[in-house]
Design a protein around this ligand. Structure first.
Ligand SMILES: CC(C)(COP(=O)(O)OP(=O)(O)OC[C@H]1O[C@@H](n2cnc3c(N)ncnc32)[C@H](O)[C@@H]1OP(=O)(O)O)[C@@H](O)C(=O)NCCC(=O)NCCS
Length: 192
């Protein structure tokens, strides 16, 4: 039997639910890829709520029986990853004709992994990105997220470590997808 859930835009009232969901998702689904110390160092900074996305109306949640079981979004701004508390944010708006939109902050509740929630949120993001006039999308994937994005034709273009406040590094993969055939992806190498 299919259990009902739905994707909707996030609002400020969702923040407490998101703050509960994100660590649950990270600690369970990233455990095969990162150490506890790496997850400790990334939570709250690299992984956390970005209220700018909620204000922009570009962040989605999946709800089931009044509980948040998934989230993820996109951005028309330069920042590639991170919560409100991440240093080095750049909220400058991107020009859709020559820059890639950002895919941002996907977190699924561990009890709901591999049930299509991430796919449904990504579909909603890509539709909104195209409606906003962008021709490509870029993201920084965790090692847990890389196979998911690869399944939807995002290509890895760079591997690097995000430096964490506790001195460790978090290996990540920059990925890009071009929505317009035969056009070189609009990469933004070196920018956040
Ligand atoms: C990555 C994540 C968002 C995927 O969400 P999800 O709802 O489980 O993904 P879906 O069920 O929509 O998966 C769709 C397809 O993606 C691929 N996929 C998803 N997770 C995968 C994994 N762990 N390994 C291999 N392929 C995977 C599969 O092709 C899958 O289709 P299938 O289940 O029919 O084989 C989720 O695992 C997550 O929240 N991880 C922890 C937080 C995180 O690291 N987020 C990424 C931030 S960049």
């Amino acid at each position: 039997m299919k259990i009902a859930w739905s994707v909707r835009l996030a609002c400020d009232a969702d923040v407490p639910g998101l703050e509960k969901l994100i660590p649950l998702s990270v600690r369970a689904l990233q455990a095969p890829y990162y150490s506890t110390a790496q997850m400790d160092g990334a939570l709250g900074f690299v992984f956390g709520v970005d209220r700018q996305l909620i204000r922009d109306g570009t962040y989605f949640v999946v709800e089931h029986e009044c509980e948040l079981i998934g989230c993820g979004g996109w951005s028309k701004r330069k920042t590639l990853f991170g919560s409100d508390h991440e240093t080095g944010r750049d909220d400058t708006e991107l020009n859709p004709t020559c820059a890639a939109a950002r895919i941002r902050a996907f977190f699924i509740h561990p009890n709901w992994a591999r049930r299509g929630l991430g796919h449904a949120i990504l579909d909603a993001c890509e539709k909104a990105i195209l409606d906003a006039g962008f021709r490509s999308a870029e993201l920084v994937a965790t090692l847990a997220g890389e196979p998911f994005y690869a399944a939807f034709n995002y290509s890895a273009i760079e591997c690097y470590d995000i430096p964490l406040a506790n001195g460790l590094g978090l290996p990540v993969v920059r990925m890009i997808k071009n929505f317009v055939p035969n056009q070189f992806p609009q990469s933004t190498a070196g920018r956040r």
